[in-house]
Write a protein that binds this ligand. Structure first.
Ligand code: KG4
Ligand code: ZN
Length: 332
């Protein structure tokens, strides 16, 4: 089965072709340069840029894979959650191609895409596993008992982890996106320099919270201004260590309670080396297996959408042309 995946939920325009589980092409055009000076994604600019580049991105993905539209067995497109104006661009293209070439169409939940990113390369998780999806818009734990089944275990009560990285980077004047630049800056800092608070969820739920940490960083920055480069590195390292500690602690705690011994780390923040190291160490200690996609499949891409689409198309799922964009779309 040859599936074209299209992803335009936020600020990456992406298309990919997957053939019988083998990735034939994956094109990702980032809009980072457009949004950088604003310190975050500007929805209006994002949808306009998608509109300009979506057709060349799809054409390149088809060309790299050496296929034409009529050679496809189906099209998978992200239908939510995300920015509605951005989602609509990918959806319109997918629907147009599906209609013109009489191809099966399927709408994919972006978060399910992030879970499927874990299946693009070895080592692939085996069922049942616990998925920690950490991105710019979401931070959630899902129990995955079997293919295409998800149970929400916990989620953030305020900011997403990636959003916290982006906001703290803005506070420190480091630019956008925050994750990669904080990770780089933190290499020259001491993760124990500043004891930022780790949020305690009082009712014991496996939920996350990052807004208190963000406020603590903001207060520290205001009190210590102007910051020397050495202090900026210490703040970055201490902030990153605190986020990773909370993510790892909650994830292994939930795995223990649920009796699940395999963890999948995925989403943009899963590209973070310190998070991968800390999760790896915590899993080694408890005898848990863990895996995470290679860095290029952690952040938004269409290979993961094609992979989820192939699984759903194989099950006979079909969307009609009323398929619409959904800003919020629960996975479980
Ligand atoms: O999955 P993704 O590309 O888009 C969403 O679905 O949101 O995730 C983007 C987020 C951004 O907030 C970005 O700062 C964060 O992932 N991110 C990182 C790293 N690379 C990207 N966070 C921490 N460390 C990184 N290396
Ligand atoms: Zn994403």
């Amino acid at each position: 089965m040859r599936v074209l995946g299209i992803e335009t939920s936020c600020d990456e325009t992406a298309a990919a072709v997957l053939e019988d589980g083998v990735l034939r092409s994956s094109v990702v055009l980032s809009q980072d340069a457009i949004h950088r000076s604003y310190g975050g994604v500007v929805p209006e600019l994002a949808s306009r840029r998608h509109l300009e580049v979506v057709l060349p991105v799809v054409e390149n993905a088809l060309k790299d894979a050496g296929v034409d539209l009529p050679d496809l067995d189906g099209i998978a497109v992200t239908s939510g959650p995300g920015l509605v104006g951005s989602l609509l661009v990918g959806l319109s293209v997918a629907k147009g191609f599906a209609y013109a070439h009489r191809l099966p169409l399927v709408g994919i939940n972006h978060l399910e895409g992030h879970v499927f990113a874990g299946f693009l390369e070895e080592p692939r998780p085996t069922f049942p596993f616990l998925a920690l999806v950490v991105s710019g818009g979401h931070t959630a734990l899902y129990a995955c008992p079997e293919p295409l089944a998800y149970r929400l275990i916990g989620q953030t009560r305020d900011d997403a982890a990636g959003e916290a990285f982006d906001k703290v980077a803005k506070l420190l004047g480091l630019g956008y996106p925050g994750g990669p630049v904080i990770e780089r800056t933190a290499r020259d800092g001491d993760p124990r320099a500043i004891p930022f608070p780790v949020a305690e969820i009082r009712d014991g739920a496996p939920d996350f919270s990052f807004s208190g940490l963000k406020t603590a960083v903001s207060l520290f920055v205001r009190r210590q201004a102007p910051l020397t480069p050495a202090v900026v590195a210490d703040v970055s390292a201490s902030f990153q260590a605190t986020v990773c500690k909370m993510l790892v602690r909650k994830t292994v705690g939930a795995a223990r309670r649920l009796g699940i011994r395999r963890i999948l780390l995925t989403g943009g923040v899963a590209a973070n080396g310190v998070l991968r190291e800390q999760l790896s160490a915590a899993c080694a200690e408890r005898g848990y297996a863990w895996s995470a996609p290679p860095l290029r499949f952690c952040t938004d891409n269409a290979a993961m959408i094609a992979a989820a689409g192939a699984a759903r198309l194989a099950r006979g799922e079909r969307a009609d042309l009323t398929l619409n964009a959904r800003a919020t779309l629960p996975l479980a």
